[in-house]
Ligand binder design. Structure first.
Ligand code: GDP
Ligand code: IMO
Ligand code: MG
Length: 420
């Protein structure tokens, strides 16, 4: 049995916190896509931790955490993160497994990411510059180095071949940053990676499932950043949706049970690209301030706006979401009125679907206005305590999406969540 937790917007929905909250109900927590572009925040005994490569179940000592084949892995980030996690008393050598099919991000991937963004100028994606796009390009281009290759004698010669290939592209960009320090760090980190539990993930995970073990698949980014269904080309380079669980872990579709979709009570986006309900006014500024909306990976300010139900209905459909978890509801506590995007106006017509062309064609959101609850909710624990106005907001969302909001998260802490 496999359940999935994934983001329904443009990332940063609070997946880290929610995975950490649900982890006690599972035996295995597995990342299936993305890489160090992710920044998943959780609080461990009051200490803030941001995880980029390691699954968010790592602080539950008796759980197995897996970095799946669909992930792109930066050994340098992994090593730093393992050191940080180990310093908090976690035995990463015991609890963290890495698929031998996981693709490796090498230093020139990061250089290529930067060179490509510089060349795009104004039309840049706003990537995290972690080398994600180039690493996935080498996967589909069938050039990549994988974790299992590390154990082969010809690893270095394969590395040199790939690096030379990258150098030619970097030369064509006239990009000549010195990456020798990055390379030294990389080779040191590879020695560390070799000491980790490198496994055949697809046999392991299927064997565990057949023994009745429960798996929680942890998504990174969000569905509107999916390479196929997101706001292309302003997307990431992997399938962030539930289908990615099958290819990213080696799990058959019939094994997927619950799909928990995470949405903020409002909406944010970091990086470039369309965002129909974005607010460029004082309300947007207020959301950013109250929600501390700054990227967990890059520190960039996040763009903020109202919840977009058109996009959410689309991502619920694509993912087969069975229940919704609404996070950061407390950030709306002080708002007297709220708005929910319920349709788009495009070329003079009202539409209620996500069109092919969100990029380039201006789309104006049409809003449903609602009264805010204007009550402090962060200490509430029970469904019955939630303000009636909040329940009206939630019930409207339930009805629009046809999928129920089952949990409301009302603070960053592990225990700040209300089951509806
Ligand atoms: P992720 O990438 O989806 O894991 O999300 P991030 O960690 O990038 O961003 C979510 C931010 O919101 C983090 O700083 C969390 O600590 C915080 N957070 C998560 N849930 C809540 C919530 O319900 N209320 C508040 N105030 N903060 C939350
Ligand atoms: P988590 O898992 C928010 C965005 C970048 C950029 C685009 C492409 O924390 O939700 P990439 O580096 O992947 O090539 O960048 O995707 N992006 C994210 N935005 N949260 C993330 O991860 C993101 N990962 C990538 O800002 O717009
Ligand atoms: Mg994040």
């Amino acid at each position: 049995m496999v359940d999935v937790i994934l983001g329904l917007q443009w990332g940063d929905e609070g997946k880290g916190k929610i995975v950490d909250y649900f982890a006690p109900n599972y035996d295995i927590i597995a990342r299936f896509q993305g890489g160090p572009n992710a920044g998943h925040t959780l609080y461990v005994n009051g200490t803030k931790m941001v995880l980029h490569q390691i699954p968010s179940g790592i602080f539950h000592q008796d759980k197995i955490n897996i970095i799946g084949n669909g992930v792109v892995l930066d050994p340098v980030t992994l090593k730093k993160e393992c050191d940080a996690v180990a310093s908090m008393g976690v035995d990463v050598k015991k609890n963290l497994f890495i698929s031998e099919r996981t693709n490796i991000i090498i230093p020139t991937h990061r250089a290529l990411d930067k060179a490509s963004e510089l060349a795009k100028g104004e039309s840049k994606i706003g990537s995290t510059l972690k080398g994600i796009g180039p690493a996935y390009m080498d996967k589909t281009g069938r050039n990549a180095l994988r974790v299992g290759d590390l154990l082969n004698k010809n690893f270095i010669s394969k590395y040199i071949t790939l690096r030379m290939k990258h150098q030619k592209i970097l030369d064509s960009f006239n990009f000549n940053d010195d990456i020798s320090d990055m390379e030294n760090e990389f080779f040191e980190a590879l020695e560390f990676l070799k000491t980790m539990n490198i496994i055949n993930c697809e046999y392991f995970i299927n064997d565990q499932i057949s023994k009745g073990k429960k798996v929680l698949a942890e998504g990174a980014q969000g569905s509107m950043l999916d390479i196929d269904f997101g706001t292309f080309p302003f997307v990431t380079s992997s399938n962030t949706i539930s289908a990615g669980v099958c290819t990213g872990l080696g799990i058959a579709p019939k094994l997927i049970n619950e799909v928990f979709g995470i949405t903020k009570a409002y909406c944010t986006r970091v990086g470039s690209g369309p965002f129909p309900t974005e607010l460029h006014d004082a309300t947007g500024e207020e959301l950013r301030k109250l929600g501390s909306e700054f990227g967990a990976t890059t520190g960039r300010p996040r763009r903020c706006g109202w919840i977009d139900l058109v996009a959410l209905k689309y991502t619920c459909m694509i993912n087969g979401v069975t229940q919704i978890i609404m996070t950061k509801a407390d950030i709306l506590d002080s708002f007297k009125s709220l708005a929910l995007g319920v349709a788009y106006e495009m070329e003079g017509k009202q539409i209620d679907y996500v069109p092919f062309q969100l990029v380039g064609t201006p789309v104006a959101p049409i809003y449903k206005q609602m009264q805010g609850w204007n009550t402090a909710t962060t200490n509430m624990k029970q469904h019955g305590e939630l303000p009636a106005t909040m329940m009206t907001y939630i019930n409207f969302i339930n009805e629009y999406l046809g999928v129920p909001v089952k949990y409301v998260s009302n603070g960053p802490g592990r225990d700040q969540i209300v089951h509806i």
